[in-house]
Design a protein around this ligand. Structure first.
Ligand code: KG4
Ligand code: ZN
Length: 386
């Protein structure tokens, strides 16, 4: 069967065409995939502007569909698809609606079933996808845990089956990616800030190793930081200490807004002494590294606790922030040889339509190969996994 999938939850317009062969352990093949990023348009605002995102999706969807269809030579078929999958939430509602309205029209035109997909489930299943090769939904062991880290979400999700999820912890304020973006803006770095901060942090980490300075590894907490004599003021280049909010709270929730504010105050204090302080790349690198350390340590520590508490057999880390090299390196330390650790391919860590197609297929199968009534499909900005 052939699936058309559509993603418009935020600032990426995605359309993909996936062929699924077999029923018991089906093989997936990406016949065509198109992604149109609006990053350049939103960059000037330092974040995503919903009305603008909607306008761009509306403009892009028909163009992308035509382009994607052409790649597969399916455009001449009267009924090219067996299923349409569309993101229905969570995300920006005006943006989500554009994808849903578009999908409903196509579903009526071709008389094919339509299924709404939860974007976060898409991120979980993105780890199975392969951009260029064929792939299967590989066997994972349960209980499984997913750390979902994106621009809008930071969640720890527990599950015993694909399709049935339980959120055991989430951010109480900003998402990890959002914190990266906001701190990048404070450091006068372009949007999206995650990759920019990460680049600076990596440079700083390499410099520390080269200079043989006391290393603060990712499992550091404030106490260990002191014990290891890793005092930032004893190091001969700028180094700062930022908080790890809610690190020792007795639950699996996160909070990144206090950390963001700490960076704001730090930069304000530094600017009082030297208004041009951000022209000093060394200072920027040092702040970027300490900020990245704080986010990664918090994510790693809480994930570690959840793995232990629930005897987790598979850990899936997904969402835009899962592209972060340091996060990946530190997460690799959490699982042993018997446990399975999955990250998405770099191309599938950010928003894309391929993950929506995979999730749509599983939902279609679960519903005995039925779509959802068009009337029941609506955009749900705050749609949850459970
Ligand atoms: O999943 P995603 O593409 O979109 C949402 O569903 O939100 O995630 C986007 C987020 C942005 O906040 C971006 O800054 C962050 O992922 N991000 C990163 C990295 N690459 C993307 N954060 C940290 N390090 C990265 N390398
Ligand atoms: Zn996403």
């Amino acid at each position: 069967m052939k699936i058309l999938s559509i993603e418009t939850s935020c600032d990426e317009t995605g359309i993909s065409i996936i062929e699924v062969k077999g029923t018991k352990n089906p093989t997936f093949k990406i016949l065509a995939d198109s992604l149109n990023s609006q990053i350049k348009i939103h960059a000037q605002y330092g974040g995503v502007f919903p009305a603008l995102a909607k306008r761009e999706h509306q403009k892009n969807l028909p163009i992308l569909l035509e382009r994607t269809l052409k790649k597969t030579k399916l455009e001449k078929n009267k009924n090219p698809f067996d299923l349409i999958a569309v993101t229905s939430g969570p995300g920006l509602e005006p943006a989500l609606w554009t994808g849903i309205v578009f999908a409903k029209e196509l579903s009526k035109k071709w008389n094919v079933p339509l299924v709404p997909v939860n974007h976060m489930e898409g991120h979980i299943l993105s780890v199975f996808g392969k951009h260029k090769k064929t792939f299967k939904i590989s066997k994972i062991k349960f209980p499984a845990l997913s750390l979902l880290v994106s621009g809008g979400h930071t969640e720890l999700v527990l599950f015993d089956n694909l399709g049935k999820y339980k959120i055991i912890g989430e951010t109480l304020d900003d998402a990890a990616g959002e914190a990266f973006d906001k701190v990048a803006r404070m450091l006068e770095l372009p949007y999206p800030g995650g990759p920019e901060i990460s680049k600076l942090a990596e440079k700083e980490r390499r410099k520390i190793i080269l200079k043989g300075a006391p290393q603060c590894d990712g499992t550091r907490t404030e106490q260990i930081f002191q014990q290891k004599n890793c005092d930032p003021f004893k190091i001969d280049f700028p180094s700062f200490s930022l908080p790890r909010p809610m690190l020792f709270s007795k639950n699996f929730n996160f909070s990144f807004s206090g950390l963001k504010t700490a960076v704001l105050y730090l930069i304000r204090d530094l600017k009082e002494k030297n208004p041009k302080v951000l022209e000093d790349i060394k200072i920027k690198q040092a702040i970027a590294m300490e900020f990245e350390n704080a986010v990664v340590e918090t994510l790693v520590y809480k994930t570690k606790k959840a793995i232990e508490k629930y005897n987790i057999e598979t850990l899936i880390v997904a969402g835009g922030v899962s592209a972060n090299k340091y996060l990946k390196k530190e997460m690799q330390k959490l699982t042993n040889k018997k446990q399975i650790l999955c990250f998405p391919d770099k191309k599938l860590s950010g928003d894309n339509a391929i993950m929506i197609g995979i999730a749509g297929y599983l939902k279609f199968i679960e519903k005995n190969k039925k779509g959802t009534n068009h009337k029941n499909i609506k955009a749900e900005g705050n749609l949850r996994l459970n």
